[in-house]
Design a protein around this ligand. Structure first.
Ligand SMILES: Cc1ncc(COP(=O)(O)O)c(C=O)c1O
Length: 347
């Protein structure tokens, strides 16, 4: 791969900054499985406080955080309502069925917002013929809806509905930071809607590894036990947690730069035949008309020009702004994109 390429495939491609690496090198560590790592303990305490929850658990990935949440909030054979394009349903390999014995009930949402009437229609009276619907999962920001912010009022309505029907609510907040910076709504206000929330440090915040699961003490205790069973107990994990603490101090407010750069990309990508979905946060989707090259061809042509984007369907491409892309990189990406599509070089 070209090391000077502008890599817009994901906000997970960021590399730790020199200051982050220094913080990692200096981290005090211990054996976290014994509960001895002071840096992990500090990260978990800080995140529980930030989210207004009793406890937090540092986990290796967002996927593990989500899967732990659905595991501890349900019993095998329960049914889970979730958005049909959500990460938990779409990108976690049916993990909730494989590891927790759960039945997924996908529901189509609009820009990540789950329709309450459809959810309510999916509930059933207790009966020995049917599965128990016990959990609903939301995602904010919603990745496959283009980094869409789910408005707080919508999450609050969902939470009221869930409580009224005795359902638990898990929030996949891999990019809740972006929603927070885009709207000014606090992490705690979003988290108050849910029983458990997962947030990633390894996306827009630029840490190399790790996510957090927050919730009440009982759920987090249960998740800690299951994390160990799944092989996710890490020993001197403070070296990684130090990067996350550094990111909390230095990389939250700067997400506004990524959002501004995503807007600039969205402007620059306006060419005939390309439909750009206006970004709420750092993710830009472009749909390509049949008159244009398809997504794979466009991605291959961009690559030749030192720009990396993802094909997100046969005629959809995705670009994500992040810590390791500056204004110059954004302009390079726009120039390459326009050169390929406006000059129609391929036809
Ligand atoms: C919305 C969402 N949730 C969860 C995850 C999973 O995170 P990880 O890659 O750390 O497992 C991702 C990863 O891209 C994501 O976009």
């Amino acid at each position: 791969m070209n090391p000077s390429a502008v890599d817009l495939r994901s906000d997970t491609v960021t590399k730790p900054t020199a200051a982050m690496r220094a913080a990692m090198a200096q981290a005090e560590v211990g054996d976290d499985v014994f509960g001895d790592d002071p840096t992990v303990i500090a990260l978990e305490a800080r995140m529980a406080k930030l989210a207004g929850k009793e406890a937090a658990l540092y986990v290796p990935s967002g996927t593990m955080g989500n899967q732990l949440a659905v595991n501890v909030l349900t019993r095998p054979a329960d049914e889970v309502l979730l958005e049909s394009q959500s990460h938990i349903y779409y990108y976690e390999q049916g993990g909730m069925a494989a590891t927790s014995g759960l039945l997924a009930h996908p529901v189509h949402g609009e820009r990540g917002v789950l329709p309450l009437d459809t959810l309510i229609a999916a509930l059933r009276d207790p009966d020995d013929h049917v599965a128990r619907v016990t959990l609903v999962c939301a995602e904010n920001t919603h990745n496959r809806a283009g980094g869409a912010v789910v408005p707080l009022a919508k999450l609050q309505e969902l939470a009221r509905m869930a409580r009224a029907h005795g359902l638990k609510l898990h929030l996949d907040g891999a990019r809740l930071w972006n929603a927070h910076v885009a709207t000014g709504v606090s992490i705690a206000d979003y988290a108050a809607c849910a029983d458990t929330v997962m947030m990633c440090f390894s996306k827009g915040l630029g840490a190399p590894v790790g996510s957090i699961l927050v919730g009440n003490a009982e759920h987090v205790r249960a998740a800690r036990r299951v994390r160990k069973r799944w092989g996710g107990g890490m020993r001197q994990a403070g070296i990684l947690a130090a990067a996350c603490l550094h990111a909390l101090d230095h990389h939250i407010t700067r997400l506004a730069d990524d959002h501004a750069r995503a807007k600039r990309l969205a402007e620059g990508f306006q060419v005939p035949g390309a439909t750009v979905i206006a970004p709420d946060t750092n993710i830009v989707f472009v749909d390509l008309a049949a008159s244009l090259p398809d997504a794979k061809t466009l991605v291959a042509e961009l690559e030749k020009r030192g720009v990396r984007m993802s094909a997100y369907g046969p005629r959809r491409v995705r670009a994500i702004a992040h810590l390791d892309v500056d204004d110059q990189g954004i302009e390079r990406a726009i120039a390459a994109f326009r050169e390929i599509l406006t000059a129609n070089a391929l036809r």
